[in-house]
Design a protein around this ligand. Structure first.
Ligand SMILES: *Cc1c(COP(=O)(O)O)cnc(C)c1O
Length: 473
C-alpha cells in the first residue's frame, strides 16, 4: 500500500458547505432544519479528522468513512436531538420509585394538562366577575369535598383548607417558617429523619429559621418529654412519619391522640408530616400501618403535609391541609409565592382528585397496581414465560414481594408473582444491563444471581415489550 500523507487524507474530506448541501441530506434538512444538520455534519467531519490526525485511518479507511458519512450524520443528528428524559419500563415492583419518577399520572390528568398547557386558562381569573382570582381555589374545592365533608362536624377540625406547593419538603419548610420562625419546634429524637434525596428534618428546620428542640431518645419518647420541653418559646409540636425505616424492640412513642390533647391543653398547634398522605384506605390492600390524611385530621392534628406523587398518585406537589386560620397564614407568607406550583400541576392534581371524588380508584395507576392480586400478575407472567423460546435462558415463575416505596409503609409488602431469568452465558448483572439497553429500557431487580421482573409495576400493554426484549437479549 502506497503511503499517503495526512495532508492528502484531509484533502479527501468534503467541505462542510459541500457536505450539508448534499441531496441525500435534503429530507433531513427539511425535517430538522439546516442548522441542526450543519452541527451534526460538523461533528462527524471533526471525528474523521481526529481519526486521521491520530493515524488510525489510511486512504482506504477514509474512503470507507466517506461512503457512510450520510448515515453517520443522520445518526449523530438523531442522538443529538433525542430527549434526555425518556420512558422506561419499571419491572422492579417498587410502585413509588423515586428514581423512576414516582407516580405515573392518571390518563385524565395528562389529558387535562394537554388542554390547559397549550391554551390560556382561568388560572387566576374569575370568569363570572371578569376579575382577578386565586390559583389555589381550583383544587381547594376538591380537597374540601374529600376531606371536610368526610370529617364529621364533631371532629375537632372540620373546616379544612388546603394549599399546594412544589413538593412536600417545601410544604414542611412553609409551615415551619410561618408558624415557628424565631421560636422552638418540639420533635422526638426518633423522628429526626432523612428522606431520600437529602430531605433532613434538622436542616429544613434551620432553613425555616425555627429552632429544633429534640426530646426523648432514638427509641423511646414519652408524652412527658414533650410536655416538659414546652416553654413560652414553643411555637409548634411536630410529628414526622418515619417513612423509610422502622424502630423495633424496646420502643415507645405517644399516640397521636395524646399529642393532640397536649397541644390543645397548651394551646400550641400540632403539625404532622405524613410524607405519603394516602387519601385511599390502604387497609383494603393489606397495608395497616400507613396513616391516612383523613385519619390524622380526624384525630385532631392541626396541619398535615404530604406529597402529591406518593400514595396520592398525582403530580409532584407538597400539600398542606388543616385548620383554616393556620392555612390562611401560610398563604400570606411570601415563601408561598416562591414555592407556588404552575398550571400543569394544578391541572394534573385536579384530574387526580376528581378520580377520588368519583371513587374511580382504578383510574389512578398506582392504586390500580396496588390492588392487583398475585394471581392477576401470575397470569400475565405465565403468558410471557410461555412465549420465550431460548435454550440459553432459563425463565421461571416464582413467588415474591412487591413494595410500595417512596417512603410509604416501609414495612408493608404486597405478595406478587415474579418472572425469574438466568442466562447460561451472561451474569445476572449483565442480563439486567441488556434489559436496560433495550428500547424502552427495562429496569429489573437482581437478587440471588437472578434477574427478577415484577409485572405489578409494568403496564399490561407493556408486557409484549418485555417479551420481545427477553427474546432479543
Ligand atoms: C417523602 C417525604 C418527604 C419529602 O417529600 P417530597 O415530596 O419528596 O419533597 C418529607 N417527609 C416525609 C415524611 C416523607 O416521607
Amino acid at each position: 500500500m502506497k503511503a499517503v500523507s495526512k495532508t492528502d487524507l484531509y484533502r479527501k474530506l468534503p467541505s462542510l458547505d459541500e457536505l450539508v448541501h448534499n441531496q441525500e441530506l435534503a429530507s433531513l434538512v427539511s425535517q430538522e432544519g439546516q442548522s441542526a444538520v450543519n452541527d451534526s455534519a460538523r461533528a462527524v467531519l471533526a471525528r474523521i479528522r481526529e481519526e486521521i490526525t491520530a493515524g488510525r485511518l489510511d486512504a482506504e479507511g477514509v474512503d470507507l468513512a466517506l461512503s457512510g458519512i450520510i448515515s453517520a450524520i443522520e445518526r449523530e443528528l438523531r442522538q443529538s436531538l433525542a430527549y434526555s428524559l425518556r420512558t422506561v419500563i419499571n419491572a422492579t415492583g417498587v410502585i413509588l420509585h423515586t428514581n423512576l419518577g414516582r407516580a405515573p399520572l392518571p390518563g385524565s390528568a395528562f389529558q387535562h394538562i394537554h388542554e390547559i398547557a397549550g391554551n390560556y386558562s382561568n388560572l387566576e381569573f374569575e370568569i363570572d366577575k371578569g376579575a382577578r382570582g386565586r390559583r389555589d381555589i381550583h383544587v381547594d374545592r376538591l380537597f374540601r369535598r374529600l376531606l371536610s365533608e368526610e370529617l364529621a362536624a364533631a371532629s375537632p377540625i372540620h373546616d379544612v383548607s388546603t394549599i399546594v406547593v412544589n413538593n412536600n419538603a417545601a410544604a414542611v419548610l412553609l409551615v415551619l417558617n410561618t408558624l415557628a420562625e424565631g421560636g422552638e419546634v418540639i420533635v422526638s429524637r426518633g423522628e429526626l429523619v432523612e428522606i431520600g434525596g437529602s430531605f433532613r428534618i434538622p436542616e429544613v428546620m434551620t432553613k425555616s429559621n425555627a429552632i429544633l428542640r429534640e426530646v426523648g431518645t432514638t427509641n423511646r419518647t414519652r408524652l412527658a418529654d414533650y410536655e416538659s420541653a414546652i416553654t413560652d418559646k414553643t411555637r409548634l409540636l411536630l410529628r414526622v412519619h418515619r417513612s423509610n425505616f422502622q424502630i423495633t424492640g424496646f420502643t415507645e412513642q405517644p399516640r397521636v391522640e395524646e399529642l393532640v390533647a397536649l397541644a390543645r391543653r397548651r394551646n400550641i398547634p400540632l403539625l404532622e408530616d405524613l410524607g405519603s398522605g394516602a387519601l385511599f384506605d390502604l387497609r383494603s390492600v393489606g397495608v395497616n400501618d400507613e396513616p391516612g390524611v383523613l385519619e390524622s385530621l380526624r384525630s385532631g392534628v392541626d396541619v398535615v403535609t404530604y406529597s402529591g406523587d406518593k400514595l396520592l398518585g398525582g403530580p409532584q406537589a407538597g400539600i398542606l391541609s388543616g385548620r383554616r386560620d393556620l392555612i390562611t397564614r401560610m398563604r400570606a407568607n411570601s415563601l408561598f409565592r416562591a414555592l407556588r406550583v404552575d398550571k400543569l400541576t394544578y391541572a394534573a392534581l385536579e384530574a387526580t382528585l376528581l378520580a377520588y371524588v368519583k371513587h374511580d380508584h382504578d383510574a389512578i395507576p398506582i392504586l390500580r397496581m396496588m390492588r392487583l392480586s398475585k394471581e392477576d400478575i401470575g397470569k400475565r407472567a405465565k403468558v410471557i414465560v410461555e412465549k420465550i423460546r431460548r435454550p440459553d435462558l432459563s425463565v421461571n415463575i416464582m413467588d415474591g414481594e412487591s413494595v410500595i416505596g417512596g417512603g410509604a409503609a416501609p414495612s408493608a409488602v404486597l405478595p406478587t408473582t415474579l418472572v425469574a431469568v438466568t442466562s447460561k452465558t451472561l451474569t445476572a448483572d449483565e442480563l439486567a444491563a441488556r434489559l436496560r439497553a433495550s428500547n424502552p429500557p427495562i429496569i429489573a431487580r437482581v437478587e440471588d444471581a437472578q434477574v427478577l421482573l415484577d409485572l405489578r409495576t409494568v403496564f399490561a400493554e407493556q408486557d409484549v415489550m418485555v417479551t420481545m426484549a427477553l427474546q432479543q437479549i
